[in-house]
Structure formats: structure tokens, C-alpha cells
Design a protein around this ligand. Structure first.
Ligand SMILES: [Zn+2]
Length: 60
């Protein structure tokens, strides 16, 4: 939750969506596996190629 709060604050006004099993939960489109890996890594902010929302990964 801490990370999400931080990202939300950094991107005020921008939508932030969860990504699960290489699927964006904002538009339900598959994202490239390499992109998914980068989201999981959490090094940088990754935008969905389809809907441009900021993607974040939650380990659940
Ligand atoms: Zn999307």
C-alpha cells in the first residue's frame, strides 16, 4: 500500500491500475511479457500501451 500511495501522489490526476498475469486491469488487454517483468521489478513507472494508465504490480 505504501508504494501505491507514493505512485498515486506522484501521478495526481493520472489513473493507476493493477496488472495481473500480463493483463492490464484498466483495459483488460494483454501487455508484452517484457513490460510485465519491468512492472514487477518496480524500477520505473510503466504505462499501459493500450490505455496509457500507470501500471503497478501487487503481489497477492
Ligand atoms: Zn491498459
Amino acid at each position: 500500500m505504501t508504494r501505491f500511495a507514493r505512485i498515486s501522489k506522484m501521478n495526481e490526476g493520472s489513473a493507476v491500475v493493477n496488472v495481473k498475469n500480463e493483463v492490464c486491469m484498466g483495459c483488460f488487454m494483454n501487455i508484452p511479457p517484457q513490460l510485465y517483468i519491468e512492472v514487477q521489478r518496480g524500477d520505473s513507472l510503466i504505462s499501459c500501451p493500450q490505455c496509457s494508465r500507470i501500471l503497478y504490480y501487487v503481489n497477492s
